[in-house]
Design a protein around this ligand. Sequence first.
Ligand SMILES: [Zn+2]
Length: 241
Amino acid sequence: MGNTEPDRDRQQQGKEDYGYGLFPEHQSGKARKGLLAESLFTFNHKCRLMLQVTLDTNPYAKLLIDAMKSSGCAIDKDRHFSCEDCDGTVSGGFDAEISQIVLCQNNIHQQKHMNRVVTHELIHTFDHCRAHVDWFHNIKHLACSEIRAANLSGECTFGNELLRFNFGLKEHHQKCVRERALRSILAVREVSKETATKAVDEVFDTCFNDLEPFGRIPHNKKDAKYAYREFQNRSRYYANI
Ligand SMILES: [Zn+2]
């Protein structure tokens, strides 16, 4: 009892507890009144609210979630999504090991951005659901899913009509998909640009033309809505057989 070790332990534990306070989800019943903790809580709360709006209203996300449900991969909001603080300018990620989408609450501030990130990551989740993707050892698998995510999430859609007028839309879209897929691979794997480029090039045509479950490139919400309606009709048709 006389030695000081337990005290030091307790002190260190106290410090670690404080660190945990930075992640509101892990907070225990003890409410923290610090201004920082409170603003982080607000970030987390806002992230969850925006996620809910995406899941309720965004046709891209709704279609992907319905398609996964039909394939036996029902998505549960609390189980498959996690709002967290992330390093740098990362917006989101898909943790294939536990099949969970991470949303970077400190970097996503607008609903449109949330819609895009959720859609992008849901495409990885969809690929994970329908095929045995070897995310960690086969860079071509990763490249394929990144191509599909960039192609189908609407992130390569030109918002600017003037730019659309000036450049060939199709050409821009393909270039954008290629670049974004490359950037995504380099962000998560320690490989050279040459290796990543080679992987993207090798699978590009096949994966760019794999439009499941949209059946088209959804360039905007209207396209995504049509795709969603078509998908619903498809399932209804199958259900009637
Ligand atoms: Zn990605």
